[in-house]
Design a protein around this ligand. Structure first.
Ligand SMILES: Nc1ncnc2c1ncn2[C@@H]1O[C@H](COP(=O)(O)OP(=O)(O)OP(=O)(O)O)[C@@H](O)[C@H]1O
Ligand SMILES: [Mg+2]
Length: 292
């Protein structure tokens, strides 16, 4: 088997990542627990609330190498560990990255969208590595043991449930500590927008004012995650007027947006005129072909 430990990296720290104080304290407890015995952590929360970022930040914070596996893409059992291959008429067993990284001490292994596996049986082999004995027998190369201090982090969207049979659900869920992430309050979200995108405090206020109204819109609430508010702020930081920054970031009907903007008296000026003016989308030095 290949030694991948040198290729794995500690992810960069996000200097502007915010979590609740209790969660932070708890992450530290989990880190300490992992020194004593193997642990798994399931991070749940709404879309774009920072689940994947939390796993990355944890790895970075404790200087652990990290790898992410898209569990949602797994089609069959065994796909994580390796597969029989054919080469010049001979079959051989090729081990995959997963078999190698679980043997890197202290590695953070992120199982993304664990509830979205195409085929629940694809997760069968995970059971044994997630259990206390942390090992799995693979006929082709014998017993694989998970290295000390390895932490498995699974992430999944709130509301969504594990797919597959109930038995499987319970067995899998049973093996995890739980961290439920909430969207931070607006004041913190504002800080995130300002720090990460460089928009002014007043622009951040304007963005969040609208975003908040969209989220609580009685007729048709729009699910605007921090990811989305960041996207809006990034466009605004690039000089986009608020209205455009929103339109280009969200799946939202013009009518809803217009009535919202009206209701909160945001100046839209001559924006309507401007938006309906079309331009060719070509580079400034583009020369059209002759005779065209
Ligand atoms: N608490 C936070 N502090 C700072 N930035 C955050 C926070 N939460 C989310 N973000 C930012 O929002 C974006 C989306 O976060 P992330 O991808 O971690 O969300 P997720 O919950 O994993 O989303 P999904 O449900 O789509 O997998 C990232 O750019 C991240 O940096
Ligand atoms: Mg994610």
């Amino acid at each position: 088997m290949i030694d991948v430990s040198k290729q794995l990296k500690v992810p960069p720290l996000d200097p502007y990542f915010f979590i609740q104080e209790e969660d932070k304290i708890n992450m530290d407890r989990l880190e300490k627990l992992s020194e004593k015995h193997p642990i798994n952590v399931l991070v749940t929360g709404n879309q774009g609330c920072g689940k994947s970022s939390l796993v990355r930040q944890f790895a970075s914070y404790y200087k652990r190498p990290m790898v992410t596996f898209q569990v949602g893409l797994l089609l069959e059992a065994g796909q994580l560990f390796g597969q029989q291959r054919l080469k010049e008429g001979e079959t051989f067993y090729q081990s995959f990255l997963f078999s190698n990284v679980i043997r890197v001490p202290g590695c953070v292994i992120h199982l993304e969208e664990i509830n979205r596996s195409e085929n629940p049986h694809a997760l069968n082999e995970l059971f044994s590595v997630l259990s206390e004995d942390r090992s799995i027998w693979i006929d082709e190369f014998g017993l694989i043991e998970v290295a000390p201090r390895v932490i498995f982090f699974a992430t999944m969207n709130e509301g969504a449930e594990f797919s597959g049979t109930d038995e499987l659900d319970a067995a899998l869920k049973d093996r995890f500590y739980r961290v439920r992430l909430e969207y931070p309050p607006l004041s913190v979200e504002k800080e995130i927008l300002v720090l990460k995108t460089g928009v002014s405090s007043s622009v951040a206020d304007e963005i969040l004012n609208i975003v908040n109204k969209l989220r609580h819109n009685k007729q048709a609430p729009v699910d605007v995650s921090i990811r989305h508010s960041l996207m809006i702020a990034e466009l605004a930081a690039m000089g986009a007027p608020l209205r455009e920054a929103i339109i280009y970031s969200l799946q939202i009907s013009m009518n809803v947006l217009e009535s919202l903007l009206l209701s909160i008296h945001v100046e839209t000026g001559d924006m309507k005129e401007e938006l309906s003016h079309y331009e060719r989308y070509v580079p400034p030095d583009y020369v059209p072909p002759q005779g065209g």
